[in-house]
Write a protein that binds this ligand. Structure first.
Ligand code: SME
Length: 161
């Protein structure tokens, strides 16, 4: 199946998950599971959320699928994760070993995408995906992962967070 069609199928399934989920936490869990199981190059999928009221700000590991990571708490000045949350921008790294910001989670990881999650225009967390394949996150994948982050932000907003 062409990649664009497969991504469109997954997008529709994600929209259905978002409709069905009663909480943002539930949606983060079901979304991480679906992406990890169905997207063959998404080898670690997880959310980091900003700890409410923490000073300095801290990203804390939330729902995830894949091997346990040593990085359960990440300050905003560290890692690809810190870079995405502090800039409010999607960060795509095609070769993690050539990026000095990279915090290693698994030796097999070759590329990574981190997309911020916004609630009413403010970053509240992010969706982080690692791949065992170099340059896995082409523009079509970036659109899909940004769609996922948008669904979580809307769910958080709908629950009054
Ligand atoms: N690689 C991330 C750390 C999180 S693990 O990939 C799960 C980073 O550089 O911030």
């Amino acid at each position: 199946m062409p990649v664009a069609r497969r991504i469109e199928e997954i997008r529709l399934e994600l929209n259905a998950l978002a409709q069905a989920a009663s909480t943002a936490q539930e949606l983060m869990q079901t979304m991480a599971k679906l992406l990890h199981e169905r997207m063959l190059k998404y080898n670690w999928v997880g959310f980091y959320m900003l700890e409410p009221g923490a000073q300095p700000p801290m990203l804390v590991l939330g729902a995830f699928e894949g091997a346990m990571t040593p990085h359960t708490r990440i300050p905003l000045n560290q890692g690809i994760c810190g870079a995405a949350a502090s800039s409010g921008q999607t960060v795509v790294v095609d070769d993690v070993n050539s990026d000095p910001r990279y915090l290693a989670c698994s030796l097999e990881t070759k590329s990574e995408i981190v997309v911020p999650v916004f609630v009413r225009g403010k970053v509240v967390g992010e969706l982080d995906i690692d791949s065992h394949f170099a340059a896995a996150f082409t523009p079509e994948h970036q659109d899909l992962v940004q769609h996922c982050a948008m669904l979580i932000g809307k769910k958080l907003e709908a629950s009054g967070q």
